[in-house]
Ligand binder design. Structure first.
Ligand code: SAM
Ligand code: SF4
Length: 326
């Protein structure tokens, strides 16, 4: 089992397949990013499988593929197929643009649930946030995934003055569709020009929704990062992810592997362990994995020290979100 210094058992691994993407979301990809990892320095399909197999032998029971956009990799289907032979629950985070091409691949791999990013229900605003004109494609692919009976969670990063005026509209979607909307507090990462003025907290979200909807609180799981709710009589649910104003680190069971094969024990960890370099040399990576876990800090990589969790983002040592793998 993979246990850290705070007795937290880690059984969930997020693997990034690429630090590149077919969108350019303001909050994720730095505007000047052009140093994408060269293909030879990315974990190759067989390396991803073999490293994931080692993690599964150590107790990982769930793997989420992410990025960047995982589905832009030419070998994405091969990677998904290979990983589906491991005794893990396999899932994926995607912006949804290419999802229609992968429906049968997902089904064959036993994928049942996907997280799809969508930050606006208006094509013009979607284009302003993502710098690409794909709203219609993403929305129709969300509908297709539902039609094909996938459990679809929609991730919306709420930014004050950008899209906070749409949270009611997003919850309204759950009246007709069995969608699970997740409102995520905007987080600071290298290069995303985060500013506390743009933070729209989970409390503000709930206050806003209280005046429009009658909702009930749903039961949350032990390791859930979300607090779930449901409007009475609606098909879907909504949830809050309060990483900044109310972190949920005490139940954390997550580890991350960047697309270039570096292990991170937290989204906000300063330290990284180069598993790919060791793996390519033929070294045993198990001691490195264990050292990395034992170095895990109690909360948010030990980098948010003020009580309100807010600090100058320039002082946080990290990568951009697109290069970590969300
Ligand atoms: N491309 C895929 C997608 O968009 O879902 C997977 C990678 S993306 C980095 C994973 C998740 O991270 C997305 O839901 C995205 O909204 C979220 N994310 C990225 N930057 C963020 C930020 N600054 N604050 C909060 N969430 C962020
Ligand atoms: Fe790409 Fe996802 Fe980041 Fe948007 S949030 S730039 S879709 S990786």
């Amino acid at each position: 089992m993979l246990i850290d210094g705070f007795q937290r058992v880690h059984d969930y691994l997020r693997i990034s397949l690429t630090d590149n993407c077919n969108l350019r979301c303001n909050y994720c990809m730095p505007a000047d990013k052009n140093d994408f990892t060269a293909p030879a320095n990315l974990m190759q399909a067989h390396e991803i499988f073999q490293i994931a197999e080692i993690f599964s032998q150590l107790g990982i029971r769930k793997i989420r593929l992410t990025g960047g956009e995982p589905l832009i990799r030419k070998d994405a289907a091969e990677i998904i197929e290979r990983l589906s032979s491991l005794p893990v629950e396999l899932t994926l985070s995607s912006n949804g643009i290419l999802a229609d091409r992968f429906i049968s691949c997902f089904k064959q791999a036993g994928i049942k649930s996907l997280n799809i990013s969508l930050d606006s229900l208006h094509a013009d605003k979607f284009a302003r946030i993502t710098h690409r004109d794909y709203f219609a494609k993403v929305f129709s692919n969300i509908q297709l995934l539902l039609k094909e009976n996938f459990h679809v969670k929609v991730n919306m990063v709420v930014m004050k003055g950008v899209n906070d005026d749409e949270i009611t509209e997003f919850v309204n979607l759950t009246r007709e569709y069995p969608l699970h909307i997740r409102f995520i507090e905007f987080m600071p990462f290298t290069g995303n020009k985060w500013n506390s003025d743009q933070l729209f907290s989970h409390e503000e979200i709930l206050n806003r929704l209280s005046s429009t909807f009658d909702y009930i609180k749903l039961k949350d799981g032990k390791h859930d990062t979300t607090r779930k709710f449901k409007v009475i009589g609606y098909e879907g649910t909504f949830a809050l992810i309060s990483t900044i104003t109310e972190p949920f680190c005490s139940g954390c069971n997550r580890l991350r592997l960047t697309a270039d094969g570096k292990m991170k024990n937290c989204l906000f960890s300063k330290g990284e362990t180069n598993l790919l370099a060791a793996f390519r040399k033929g070294d045993d990576i198990i001691p490195l994995i264990k050292e990395n876990i034992i170095a895990k800090k109690a909360e948010r990589g030990g980098q948010f020290i003020e009580p309100d969790g807010i600090r100058d983002p320039a002082s946080i040592v990290n990568r951009s979100m697109v290069a970590i793998g969300g």
